[in-house]
Design a protein around this ligand. Sequence first.
Ligand code: GLU
Length: 304
Amino acid sequence: MVAHSSLSVVGRFAPSPTGFLHFGTLVAAVAGYLQSRKSGGQWLLRIEDLDPPRVVAGSAAALLLLLEDLGFDWDGQVLYQSTRFERYHEIIESLRSQQLVFDCSCSRREIIASAPHAGEEGPVYPGTCRYGVRGNRREHSVRLRVSDEAVCFVDGIQGEQRQNVEREVGDFVLYRADGVFAYQLAVVIDDIDSGVNQVVRGTDLLFSTPRQIWLYRCLGAQPPSYYHHPLVLGADGQKLNKRDGDYTLITAANGAGMLWRALDFLGQTPPPDLAGAAAAEVLAWGRENFSIDAVGRENKPVFF
Ligand code: GLU
């Protein structure tokens, strides 16, 4: 695989079509769009519909329409991950031919029972099936082998990051035992194949990034630059999500005001009188004035 040129920015927005657009997702769209457009870069759109039971019918189409209504424009065709399964399979087989992946038949219960300790995202995989399938489940997942070393990178918002993937996560899943390709695999292959060199997304994915960088290395590709923006928290201090109710949903009617609030959330200082302006005008202000340095690090609540 050929490393891409880093001369001009190629950013992307990669929502999962699991519900309608809410304020937390709008913040990710605004941050990514402006960080790329402000330097004259491209901005691609990808629908992460890997896991059919989680897809909410009609939500991808509604999301695209709404983004267009609010004045976002993207480059090229929208990419749907559900059209890419053959490609993902091909990559797994190529990793297999290099002995970088292995089949694993451990159930979650077996992993919990044998894990050295619990990691941030559940039990750390102890390497049980690394040298041959030893679990008891009939279905197999496919895991990528990692080793005991630190993955370091500098995030454009969160600063220096360091994670030992083997100790904090373990060999990780690229293909799930229930027949679904893992997010970690699809996101990396799609970003490589689309020439993406700038990833802007929420801090909920910061812990995943070292795994993704590991995979880039296995594929001989150059990782993008990363910017993890703070998350919008609900009144309960948890990441804002669809359960927080209708008041965080974005519509064509409240969109312009929500865009203004997204800029404000991201530490920008949009003029107060712009709060009543049309969406296209608010975004145009953003394209002129957005500064990634003004974006704070801390997740924070927003009260509507
Ligand atoms: N699909 C992911 C989400 O909606 C984002 C993936 C990414 O930006 O890498 O949370």
